[in-house]
Write a protein that binds this ligand. Structure first.
Ligand SMILES: [Zn+2]
Length: 473
């Protein structure tokens, strides 16, 4: 298999619309491609496609390899750039060793994976049986992987071609779930003599609750709870607390409205707290900003006990890394994200999310969060659980791939796992015992205009894939 051929096929793919949820044209194209090459294929009702190449003579006893890529791409363009992802070919240039889409996403994530599969299927080198699986809507919730029927493919070994760093082999990912908390609250009449203040903490870097959870960044909801906890007492009432955004983001801002007996003392304490926290986060979050000012009350204060239960349980809530992997250096094994809090008249809602490659640890983490908030009188629900892929450092396909990498490049690949979700977790749930690995060429800026593919890494990626598939037995 030649890099030039993989790139030619990829260039063809850049002309086919394939936005997540609208994969029809690429799905049809893949089926037609299989027909034209006289290869058996099937397509399920969601649009997942499997193309099959039988073993070459003499290779019948080689175990089947499943090669997998996703059909869809993230469609983003520069504001004002006239472009229609539903029909226009992706414009790209070749510059300084990179293939770049300057004003749109390139779709090398994961078009390059599709192209590599097709190039292998049409290659004349004898291999065992190959099953090429093309899933839909990976980017928007892994709907294709989620909908896969058990038995859709036969292979017990799968190579996922959706990784973005040449030289890195991925052997695991985290599963996750959300744990949502609801406090039902009653409000009391305003207390005479108390003044209403609004405090804001903003300017946090935030980031992804999987990839960035170990970077020591400020969680502004947690910080606000920490400050409010220091102010609990007869002279304090909570009115509202609102902060954070998506369940998978670290909270970048938080705002609390309070009713207090001594506003001057409260403000003084807040500014002392601000200077402590700025010190603590001077490296990871140098732009944290703190404000506290009088406001007109929009809501009546919560009862003292209710406010204390909410502040105390938010303060006590775990957040961040809980355990590191015992097998892979620097890999977060288990974590939780105190993602957001929202106050309405009769309710305070808190959203948290937990991740771990190990289901038991993920559920224990979620139970710990539940225990904390249930103890404070909240209703707690776990939801949206998805499975992980616990790394197996003794995997057979890993051994073949590492050996091939050493032979070809005379150097060691990095063996890694990620603390975020991959389709592989879902495959493992449907196909227990599946032995998997994920690798790919180097991509930068994926999911945003300017996405680019490093051409030098393509040669190594293609050589590695070719070597592994030809030598596997
Ligand atoms: Zn992808």
């Amino acid at each position: 298999m030649e890099t030039a051929r993989v790139l030619d096929i990829f260039k063809e793919i850049t002309r086919i619309p394939r936005e997540s949820g609208h994969e029809g044209p690429i799905t049809d194209w893949l089926c037609k491609w299989a027909q034209e090459h006289s290869l058996a294929f099937k397509r399920d009702s969601t649009g997942n496609v499997l193309i099959i190449r039988d073993a070459a003579p003499g290779k019948e006893s080689v175990p089947t390899i499943v090669l997998q890529a996703h059909q869809d791409m993230v469609c983003e363009k520069v504001a004002g750039f006239k472009f229609d992802f539903s029909k226009d070919p992706i414009p790209y240039v070749i510059k300084d060793g990179w293939m770049i889409a300057e004003n749109t996403t390139l779709g090398a994530d994961d078009g390059i994976g599709i192209a590599a599969c097709l190039a292998l299927l049409e290659d004349s080198a004898p291999t065992g049986r190959l099953e090429c699986l093309f899933t839909i809507s990976e980017e928007t919730g892994m709907d294709g992987a989620e909908a896969l029927e058990p038995g859709f493919f036969d292979g017990k070994t799968l190579i996922n071609l959706d990784s973005e760093d040449e030289g890195q082999l991925f052997i695991g990912c985290a599963g996750g779930l959300n744990t949502n908390i609801k406090f039902s609250v009653r409000r009391t009449a305003p207390i005479s003599g108390f003044k209403t203040l609004q405090c804001t903490i903003s300017g946090g870097i935030g980031g992804h609750s999987g990839d960035d959870i170990n970077k020591g960044r400020a969680n502004t909801v947690q910080l606000m709870a920490r400050f409010l906890y220091s102010q609990l007492g007869e002279g304090f009432r909570l009115v509202s607390i609102d902060g954070g955004g998506k369940p998978n983001a670290i909270a970048r801002e938080c705002q609390a409205v309070v009713s207090v007996a001594d506003p001057a003392a409260f403000k003084k304490a807040f500014s002392a707290f601000a200077s402590d926290v700025k010190d603590e986060f001077h490296t990871t979050d140098p732009s944290l900003s703190f404000e506290c000012a009088a406001v007109k009350p929009a809501l009546e204060p919560l009862g003292r006990k209710a406010g204390e239960r909410i502040v105390t349980s938010l303060f006590a809530s775990p957040h961040g890394v809980y355990a590191m992997s015992q097998d892979i250096a620097d890999l977060v094994q288990t974590s939780t994200n105190l993602a957001s809090v929202r106050t309405s008249k009769g309710q305070v809602e808190i959203v948290t999310s937990q991740r771990s490659a190990a289901q038991s640890e993920r559920r224990a983490m979620a139970a710990k969060v539940r225990a904390n908030f249930e103890g404070a009188g909240a209703k707690v629900r776990h939801m949206y659980e998805y499975p992980g892929w616990n790394p197996n450092v003794h995997s057979k396909i890993l051994k073949y791939t590492v050996d091939a990498y050493r032979r070809l490049f005379n150097t060691e690949p990095e063996v890694k796992a990620i603390h975020a979700g991959l389709e592989c977790g879902l495959f493992l749930q449907k196909f227990p015992g599946l032995d998997m690995i994920s690798f790919g060429p180097t991509l930068r800026g994926v999911h945003a205009p300017g996405e680019k593919l490093e051409l030098a890494s393509m040669d190594k990626f293609v050589a590695l894939l070719d070597e592994v598939v030809r030598k596997f037995e």
